[in-house]
Design a protein around this ligand. Structure first.
Ligand SMILES: C[S@@+](CC[C@H](N)C(=O)[O-])C[C@H]1O[C@@H](n2cnc3c(N)ncnc32)[C@H](O)[C@@H]1O
Length: 294
């Protein structure tokens, strides 16, 4: 592994595994305890029960279904979920669309959580997870029908290398389905921290035009591209209202949520993201591209 890749991996592992939140305890152990405390057997979970910790993008499962529908993901398709996090979209595509999914992520603790959650929800046979940098994926050429990527390119400094991997890994005519954060028209600095970065070090946002250019240069042909910022902002606003403190305390211990992955400052990250969206510092896109048939 090169020094650059090691540094990147360290930065992201520190950010996403919420170092310091649970002392020395591994993320899986902390999450298993949290499910037990909430009255759920950590080895027999459902997709509904884990939704608070496996959908690490704006819009949750609704946004993933929107992208899957836009890209016509179908039964039997082989999907590569790039920057899969804890594997929520991988499981959704397997459970609801009949796909077979390989998730790749650079954050080792997330890959471990993803494998456990798939086993616990009965989806281990149709989802598998691999810890790797998206710029160097140790998988065979042309072994996927679809590359799926939600809210992950904004963490990646080397997008052209990542897109070259997508070209290699996709079969001719395969699809790229993207749900991404890009810069808006407001050039003021981002309010930080946000869920993907505590400082500029791990934030690598590009404009819509830059992203489109990178995809075109890598040989991908656009089919559909939509700006879904308004829906994302409305979703984030509702979440921030809830995270701001419920008027009535919950009767039962609540289900594990993002603070277990991102740290106790997650509500602040969420409010900053809401404010960045509202001020047009960031926008959200969803789209479909196709690899040429050659
Ligand atoms: C905001 S999370 C989104 C996770 C998931 N796509 C989702 O929507 O639930 C971004 C993910 O991208 C991963 N990531 C960032 N850079 C990466 C890289 N170079 N290679 C692989 N994964 C990466 C992070 O570890 C993190 O899990």
């Amino acid at each position: 592994m090169s020094k650059d890749t090691l540094d990147l991996s360290r930065q992201l592992n520190d950010h996403y595994a919420a170092v310091g939140v649970g002392g020395d305890r591994e993320l899986v152990a902390r999450l298993r305890d949290a499910f037990r405390e909430a009255g759920h057997d950590p080895d027999r979970l459902t997709l509904d029960v884990i939704a608070g910790i496996d959908q690490l993008h704006l819009g949750g499962r609704t946004a993933s279904r929107s992208l899957a529908t836009l890209g016509f993901v179908g039964p039997g398709e082989r999907v590569l979920d790039v920057g899969c996090g804890t594997g929520g979209a991988s499981r959704l595509l397997a459970a609801e669309y009949g796909a077979t999914v390989t998730g790749v992520d650079i954050t080792a603790a997330f890959v471990e959580v993803a494998a456990w959650l798939s086993a616990s929800t009965g989806l281990a046979e149709r989802t598998r997870f691999l810890c790797a940098d998206a710029a160097v994926v140790p998988l065979a050429d042309a072994s996927f029908d679809v590359v799926w990527c939600q809210h992950a390119l904004m963490n990646m400094p080397q997008v052209p290398r990542v897109l070259a991997e997508w070209q290699r890994l996709l079969r001719p005519g395969g699809k790229v389905l993207l749900h991404e954060v890009v810069t808006g028209d407001n050039p003021e600095p981002l309010a930080l921290p946000v869920p993907w970065a505590r400082s500029q070090t791990t934030s690598h946002l590009r404009s819509r035009e830059q992203l489109e250019r990178c995809l075109a240069m890598a040989g991908f042909v656009p089919e559909t591209l939509r700006d879904v910022t308004e829906a994302a902002l409305a979703w984030r606003q509702t979440r921030s209202d809830r995270e701001g403190g419920a008027a009535v305390p919950p009767v039962k211990p609540s289900l594990p949520g993002p603070p277990l992955l991102f740290g106790d400052d997650f509500p602040r990250m969420g409010r900053n993201l809401r404010d960045n969206l509202a001020a047009d510092k960031v926008r959200i896109l969803e789209g479909v591209w196709r690899r040429s048939n050659r």
